[in-house]
Ligand binder design. Structure first.
Ligand SMILES: Cc1ncc(COP(=O)(O)O)c(C=O)c1O
Length: 385
């Protein structure tokens, strides 16, 4: 703070070097947030008007809005309810001649099946942009997520496991792409032009997405504890999963076989009310909160939200797409995702990541709380009616 150098400078450079090294990527560019990491990545890969991008409906809005923001159309691939991720078995049937990219989102900090995604993408010549905004240090066969595709995007927003308040990053091994991203994030000035420097000549259309020095300083401090905290979350998540695995009506997340580390931004499980004497998910959550466990039902159905219709009805989309391509009724039908619907509306329960930083006895207490609700579900159901 006392240096007075608050705009992007040496600390942002240092953060980028350290993040690239930690993730195992050649290059990293820090940006203002994860949303704009995705926006810039798609823009610099020239994914835009006329293109389709395959994406999961079980994600945060920014994954999907980045596709629309660049003028492309999101095509939803239903989820595998056991892993909460894009179902690799359902990818190929969604590929058309307009498909340009797949955006696997390692949602909740659990890795997607990247071996399957990459093999499909390579075979069908598609770009892969990983939304790793919730998946810092998650790994498949000891390789960090965000490094499998052409580019990976991260978020360092306040609620995240690696928070800076706001912040984001793009990683990639493609030097030319990263040079373009740098220019784009700094008004379109040539790669390497320092913040505040004038007269370098602007070489491309750009905007301003620069991280500040104080954000980078916070990021550097967070880096010192991220690896240890990630290990703790993994140990506790595995322990808690074992504690609740046999409770009827509770199905904890499943990791793909080759996952060597997850980020556990959330600890998810599926709830089956039939095994809880008909106690609704809402009633279950109220009871769990009353036991002192913060929890949530998570996402609602993105593929049915009004923002999609709004985009289809915008003058920009109507200028670049035919009426037939913007047939919203058909789009909704073709993009229905029944597994996602069940997760969002009936089954998913999230326990927040910060709980996984507790002790083993904290995990026991969460397990006991769920067991207790199961044991008394009839009474609770009766009372909450
Ligand atoms: C999956 C996913 N993608 C993108 C974003 C956007 O990141 P930010 O909030 O930093 O803009 C988030 C943040 O919540 C996210 O969870």
């Amino acid at each position: 703070m006392r240096s007075g150098v608050w705009s992007r400078n040496k600390l942002a450079d240092e953060f980028e070097q350290k993040w690239a090294q930690l993730i195992g990527s050649k290059r990293c560019l820090s940006v203002v947030n994860g949303t704009n990491a995705l926006n810039a990545t798609l823009a610099q890969l020239e994914i835009g008007w006329g293109d389709e991008v395959l994406v999961t409906p079980y994600t945060f809005i920014a994954s999907v809005s980045s596709i629309l923001f660049n003028g492309a159309i999101p095509v939803f691939v239903d989820v595998d309810p056991e892993t909460f991720q894009m179902d690799p078995d359902k990818i190929e049937e969604k590929i058309t001649s307009r498909t340009k990219a797949i955006m696997p989102v390692h949602i909740l900090g659990l890795p997607c099946d990247m071996n399957r995604v990459m093999s499909i993408a390579n075979r069908r010549s598609l770009l892969v942009v990983e939304d790793a905004c919730q998946a810092w240090l998650a790994e498949i066969d000891n390789q960090k997520v965000g490094t499998f595709g052409k580019a990976g995007c991260f978020s360092f927003q306040n609620s995240k496991n690696m928070p800076m308040g706001e912040g984001g990053a793009i990683v990639s091994d493609d030097e030319a792409f990263m040079d373009r991203c740098y220019s784009y994030h700094n008004y379109g000035n040539p790669y390497g032009t320092a913040a505040g420097e004038v007269g370098a000549g602007t070489v491309m259309i750009g905007t301003k997405l620069r991280l500040t020095e104080y954000q980078a300083a916070i990021g550097l401090a967070q880096l010192e504890r991220l690896e240890e905290q990630t290990k703790t979350r993994n140990i506790n998540a595995k322990y808690l999963k074992n504690q609740i695995n046999d409770i009827p009506g509770i199905s904890p997340y499943k990791l793909y076989e080759n996952v060597t580390q997850a980020a556990f931004h959330l600890f998810p499980f599926r709830y089956n009310k039939e095994k809880f004497k008909g106690l609704s998910r809402k009633g279950f959550l109220e009871a769990l909160r009353a036991e002192g466990v913060p929890c949530s039902t998570g996402y609602s159905e993105l593929n049915k939200m009004p923002f999609l219709k709004n985009a289809f009805e915008s003058k920009y989309f109507q200028k670049f797409y035919t009426k037939d391509q913007l047939n919203y009724e058909r789009y909704t039908e073709e993009n229905s995702c029944p597994e996602n619907e069940k997760l969002c509306n009936e089954e998913a329960v999230w326990i927040f990541q910060n709980l996984l930083l507790g002790s083993q006895s904290d995990m026991d207490n969460i397990g006991f709380a769920i067991e207790k609700i199961q044991k008394h579900s009839e009474q609770i159901n009766h009372k909450s009616k």
